[in-house]
Design a binder for this molecule. Structure first.
Ligand SMILES: [Fe+2]
Ligand SMILES: [Fe+2]
Length: 263
């Protein structure tokens, strides 16, 4: 009886709070540049099938809410979409075959899904989660293996290294997603250095020149919000991993800030 009473006295479950406001804002860093080509559809499931999967949708929303709860920038569907598009764009621009470009987009979309478990080692947990999801969706084992390797190796703080063309593309796409729209802290006066640097970036674009073998991250930074030094203070390891990834793709890496090449 007492147990029954205590159960009844519990507050009603809170409404689903995994839909954080930053997911409702449809702010994109740059317009989407790529789409799934017909050739890629013929060879297996596509990014659209992954995006429509109930596990993927729930885990990414929940990962975003959980990273928000510990003070991180946006890690939801916006970041997933931007990374997917960036990874596919990089390989497509370098002339890789359509199916590999699609696999890169899928790895880019899923790369942060491990945050649903915990931030620490989220690359590795994400790879294992993706394995189950992609197996259920009927992906080829070789493709699953490539995607697992790319997810597990995307994070510079977890010892990530480019291990395939797909992995290299995911690294560059992920590390280049720095943008004002990722900041969730509503109080500019309470910004930490990560908020400040992200907020200062008002435009961010990946450019690829197959002819020059050059991958460029082109940023527009409001230097009144954050001096360029702060960008380097927190992003130098990311830029170094991006350079390594570009080298894996037999390209150089350039960082251009406010029309000046800095790296
Ligand atoms: Fe990550
Ligand atoms: Fe990420």
């Amino acid at each position: 009886m007492r147990l029954e009473f205590s159960l009844m006295a519990q507050p009603a479950p809170r409404p689903d709070d995994t839909r954080t406001p930053d997911e409702q804002k449809k702010v994109h860093r740059a317009e989407t540049k790529t789409r799934t080509p017909v050739e890629a559809k013929r060879e297996g499931p596509t990014l659209d099938a992954v995006k429509a999967d109930a596990q993927v949708r729930t885990y990414i929303r929940s990962a975003n809410a959980q990273t928000g709860a510990i003070g991180y920038t946006e890690h939801g569907e916006r970041h997933a979409n931007t990374s997917a598009d960036g990874a596919r764009f990089i390989l497509k621009s370098l002339g890789h075959e359509a199916r590999r470009c699609e696999v890169a987009a899928i790895a880019g979309y899923l790369h942060d899904i491990g945050n649903v478990v915990t931030r620490q080692n989220h690359g590795q947990t994400g790879a294992l989660l993706a394995r189950h999801i992609l197996t259920d969706l009927g992906f080829d084992l070789e493709e699953i293996a490539t995607i697992m390797g790319a997810i597990a190796n995307h994070e510079e703080q977890e010892g990530g290294m480019p291990v395939s063309a797909v992995s290299a593309a995911v690294i560059i796409a992920d590390k280049s997603d720095v943008h004002r729209s990722r900041v969730r802290n509503p109080k500019t006066t309470a910004f930490d250095i990560h908020d400040r640097v992200n907020y200062a970036v008002t435009a961010s674009e990946i450019k690829v020149s197959r002819k020059e073998k050059l991958i460029t991250l082109d940023l527009t930074v409001d230097t009144e919000t954050s001096p360029i030094m702060e960008y380097f203070e927190i992003f130098l390891p990311r830029m170094m991993l991006s350079r390594r990834a570009a080298e894996f793709l037999r390209c150089s890496f350039a960082l251009v800030v406010n029309n000046t090449r800095l790296l």
